[in-house]
Write a protein that binds this ligand. Structure first.
Ligand SMILES: Cc1ncc(C[n+]2csc(CCOP(=O)(O)OP(=O)(O)O)c2C)c(N)n1
Ligand SMILES: [Mg+2]
Length: 580
C-alpha cells in the first residue's frame, strides 16, 4: 500500500509541480513582448476566450460589429504607428470579412496582421465539412505580403516574430497568421514556453541608399528648370517629417502632396502646389517622387496630364526596387527607406544648394493664387440646401482652428471636394480611401485614429460611403470615442436625382430621400444633429469637437450638387455605340 502510494506520488508530483502554459497565453505573451497594445476584432469560436484573456492581460481589445471595419482599423493603426495593426477574426466567414482589409493594407503598404482562428486541419484538409471549414492560409496567400500557420505551441514565438517582421520590414504590408483552434489549448512547460518567445530586434531595419544613387538624383534635380517634388503616403508613413520639410524648403522646389501626404508640410506653405496641380504636372521638367507611386492616381506618369511625351525626368525614392520603371523610365532611382534617403539627399545638398529657378517658382505661385481666389467666394456661400462648397467652407475653418484633429474622409464628391478644399496642417492628419478608393473605411479609421492617437476625429463621409460601416457608430458610442461623423447626405451615390426610366424600382444610385442618419446614433446614446445650413453645421461640429462626445451630423446637401464619380468620372467605361 505504502509503496503504491509513493509510486503514485512520484508519478504525479513532477506534473503537479511543473508550471505549465498554453497556446492562449503564449500568443498573448508573444504579442505583448513585441509591444502590441491593441487588438481590433470580432469574437466567436475559436477566439472568444483568447480575446477575453488578452483583455484581462492588459491588451486593449476593441470589439467591432463587422470584421471589415476592425480590419480597416488595424490597417490604419499600422499606418499611424509603424507597428503592425492587429485584427482578430473567427474562422471562414469572419476571416473572409477581414480579408478585404488585409488586401487593402497590402495595396496601401500599411503594416497589419490578420490573426484568424481556423477549424481542424485534419477535417479541413480532407474537406469533411467542419464547422466553418476553409483553407484560409491558401485563400489569404495571394492577397497579402506573407501568410503563416502555427501548428505547435512551441512555434508561437517564432511564428509571431515572423509575422511582425514580414509586416513592417521593407515595403510594409498585410500578413496573415493562421491559428488552428487546437493550438490555443496546447499545453507546454511554462519555462520552455517563455524561452520560446522571440522579441523581434530591429523589425524594420534601415535601408541605406547607395551614395551613387543619391548623387545621381541630386545631379538630375540640380539640372532642372521646372522641378517638382511629389510627396506620397509613403513619405507620411516614414515619420521623417523634419527632414522631409528641410529637404523641400532647402530645395525651394514646389511640392505636391498626394492625398494622405497632405500636412507633411502645411497646405498653406508658400511652396505648396496643391492648388496648381494640373499646371505642375504638365509643365515640370524634373519630378522627384518621395514615397509616391506612379499608379493611376498620378495617371501612370504619362499621357495628357503630364504634358509632352518624354518631356520629364523622374527621380524616385522608394524602399521597393521593383517600383522603379514600373510605369515610365526612372532617370534617378533611389532605393532605400524614406528616412535614410531623405537624410542622405539633404546631406548631399550641402550648404550651397542653388535656389530653384525663380520664374518657375513664381509661375506656380501665380497659378495657385489664381485658383485659390477663384474658389474663395464659393466657400463663403450660406445656401440652403447646402452645396458641397458651402458645407466644406465652414469645415475648412474648423480644421484650421483645430489642426491636431484627424480628418477621415470617404465618398466620391464628398471625398474629392473635401480633399481639394480642406487644408491640412500637420503630418498624418488626413486618412482616406487610399489606393483603391475603397468605401467603408470611415468608422474603422475613425475608431483607430482616436484610439491610437488620443486626438479628436472629424470624419466627413458621403451618405453611401457611411453606409458601408454605419453600424460601427455603436462601437464609437460604446468606447465613448471623440469622433464626430458628418454625413454628407445628398440622397445617394454621386447625386440623389437619378430616375429609373421604367418608373418601377428607385434608380440604382439613389437612397431614401431626406434620410435622417442623425437618428441612428441616438439609439446608442450619442449626439445626433440635423444640419440644413452651413451655420448649423458649423455650430454642431464645433460643439462636438469641444465636447468630445460621439456625434453624428446629418448634413443635408443639395441632391443635384454632385457630379458622376466625383473627379474621376473619366474612368467610367464608354461604349462607342450611342447611349439609347
Ligand atoms: C467597396 C467599394 N464599393 C463600391 C465602390 C464604388 N463607389 C465609389 S464612390 C461610391 C459612393 C459615392 O457616394 P457617396 O459616398 O454618397 O458620395 P457623394 O458623391 O454622393 O458625395 C461608391 C459606391 C467603392 N469605391 N468601394
Ligand atoms: Mg452621396
Amino acid at each position: 500500500m505504502a509503496d503504491a502510494a509513493v509510486k503514485e506520488k512520484q508519478a504525479v508530483a513532477p506534473e503537479a509541480e511543473q508550471e505549465l502554459t498554453d497556446g492562449f497565453h503564449l500568443i498573448i505573451d508573444a504579442l505583448k513582448l513585441n509591444g502590441v497594445k491593441t487588438i481590433y476584432g470580432v469574437p466567436g469560436i475559436p477566439i472568444t476566450d483568447f480575446g477575453r484573456m488578452a483583455q484581462a492581460s492588459g491588451i486593449r481589445v476593441l470589439s467591432f460589429r463587422h470584421e471589415q471595419s476592425a480590419g480597416y482599423a488595424a490597417s490604419i493603426a499600422g499606418f499611424l504607428t509603424k507597428q503592425p495593426g492587429i485584427c482578430l477574426t473567427v474562422s471562414a466567414p469572419g476571416f473572409l470579412n477581414g480579408l478585404t482589409a488585409l488586401a487593402h493594407a497590402t495595396t496601401n503598404c500599411f503594416p497589419m496582421i490578420l490573426i484568424s482562428g481556423s477549424s481542424e486541419r485534419e477535417i479541413v484538409d480532407l474537406q469533411q465539412g467542419d464547422y466553418e471549414e476553409m483553407d484560409q492560409l491558401a485563400t489569404a496567400k495571394p492577397l497579402c505580403k506573407a501568410a503563416y500557420r502555427i501548428l505547435h505551441a512551441q512555434d508561437i514565438g517564432i511564428g509571431v516574430a515572423r509575422a511582425i517582421r514580414a509586416a513592417v520590414s521593407g515595403r510594409p504590408g498585410g500578413v496573415y497568421l493562421d491559428l488552428p483552434a487546437k493550438l490555443f489549448g496546447q499545453v507546454m512547460d511554462a519555462e520552455q514556453g517563455r524561452k520560446s518567445l522571440v522579441k523581434v530586434i530591429d523589425p524594420a531595419p534601415a535601408q541605406i541608399p547607395a551614395p551613387d544613387a543619391v548623387k545621381r538624383a541630386l545631379d538630375v534635380l540640380k539640372g532642372a528648370q521646372r522641378p517638382l517634388i511629389i510627396l506620397g503616403k509613403g513619405a507620411a508613413y516614414a515619420q521623417a517629417d523634419d527632414n522631409i520639410r528641410a529637404l523641400v524648403e532647402k530645395s525651394g522646389v514646389p511640392f505636391l502632396p498626394m492625398s494622405m501626404a497632405k500636412g507633411l508640410l502645411p497646405d498653406t506653405h508658400p511652396q505648396c502646389a496643391g492648388a496648381a496641380r494640373s499646371t505642375v504636372l504638365k509643365d515640370s521638367d524634373v519630378v522627384m517622387l518621395i514615397g509616391a507611386r506612379l499608379n493611376w492616381l498620378l495617371s501612370h506618369g504619362k499621357g495628357k496630364a503630364w504634358g509632352e511625351p518624354h518631356s520629364k525626368k523622374f527621380i524616385q525614392i522608394d524602399i521597393e526596387p521593383k517600383e522603379m520603371d514600373s510605369n515610365v523610365d526612372i532617370a534617378a532611382p533611389v532605393v532605400g527607406d524614406i528616412g535614410s534617403c531623405v537624410s542622405a539627399l539633404l546631406e548631399g545638398m550641402g550648404a550651397k544648394w542653388p535656389a530653384a529657378p525663380a520664374d518657375w517658382v513664381n509661375a506656380v505661385k501665380a497659378k495657385r493664387e489664381e485658383n485659390v481666389a477663384k474658389m474663395a467666394p464659393r466657400l463663403m456661400n450660406n445656401n440652403v440646401p447646402m452645396d458641397y462648397h458651402g458645407a466644406l467652407g465652414v469645415l475648412r475653418t474648423i480644421v484650421k482652428e483645430r489642426p491636431d484633429a484627424i480628418l477621415v474622409n470617404e465618398g466620391a464628391n464628398a471625398l474629392d471636394l473635401t480633399r481639394g478644399i480642406i487644408d491640412v496642417y500637420e503630418p498624418r492628419k488626413r486618412l482616406d480611401v487610399g489606393t483603391w478608393g475603397i468605401m467603408g473605411i470611415g468608422q474603422g479609421y475613425a475608431i483607430a485614429a482616436a484610439v491610437e492617437t488620443g486626438k479628436p476625429v472629424l470624419a466627413i463621409e458621403g451618405d453611401s460611403a457611411f453606409g458601408f460601416s454605419g453600424m460601427e457608430i455603436e462601437t464609437i458610442c460604446r468606447y465613448q470615442l471623440p469622433v464626430c461623423v458628418v454625413v454628407f447626405n445628398n440622397d445617394g451615390i454621386y447625386r440623389g436625382t437619378d430616375v429609373n426610366p421604367l418608373g418601377t424600382d428607385p434608380a440604382t444610385t439613389v437612397f431614401v430621400k431626406g434620410s435622417r442618419y442623425d437618428k441612428m446614433i441616438e439609439a446608442f446614446g450619442g449626439v445626433g444633429v440635423n444640419a440644413t445650413s452651413p451655420d448649423e453645421l458649423k455650430r454642431a461640429v464645433n460643439a462636438a469637437m469641444d465636447s468630445g462626445k460621439p456625434t453624428l451630423i446629418n448634413a443635408m446637401i443639395d441632391p443635384a450638387a454632385g457630379s458622376e464619380s466625383g473627379r474621376i468620372g473619366n474612368l467610367n467605361p464608354q461604349s462607342k455605340l450611342k447611349k439609347k
